[in-house]
Design a protein around this ligand. Sequence first.
Ligand code: HEC
Length: 120
Amino acid sequence: MTQHSFVRFIFTTCTFLCSIAVTATESNTETQYLQGKEKSVVCMTCHGVDGISTIDTYPNLQGQKQAYFVAALKAYKLRQRNDGLAILMHAQADVLSEQDMLDIAYYFNRVKSKSTNDNN
Ligand code: HEC
């Protein structure tokens, strides 16, 4: 193998491996979005399918930062958040694993509202 063809071989191999990595990452994020959506069905009853709640005293979750979201859920689980309506979240957080929290947080971070008529 000449030096030139060796360089080309390395280049082709790297390009190939990179394209696999990108594809894998894309499908992982798509999978996490769908898994998060599936795990969020109960949450949607209060926070809305798209994370925009219809009840004034219930917070919106759409676009929420993933790390903040997970930290909030852990705080409910550990009863560090007890004020006001926090009691409604205790039982919700209790049944979630760390992976559930990450998946659900991912979903609400990414979800968009379908309607284009409002100003959200
Ligand atoms: C019975 C209604 C109800 C359900 C079901 C529910 N929530 Fe909540 N959620 C609330 C209310 C009310 C609050 C505000 C509580 C407070 O004052 O701390 C809240 C707060 C939160 C917060 C904190 C928001 C912030 O800005 O600090 C997160 C995150 C959250 N909910 C996620 C979830 C997830 C995930 C689920 C499903 C596993 C879920 N909720 C199910 C009513 C609900």
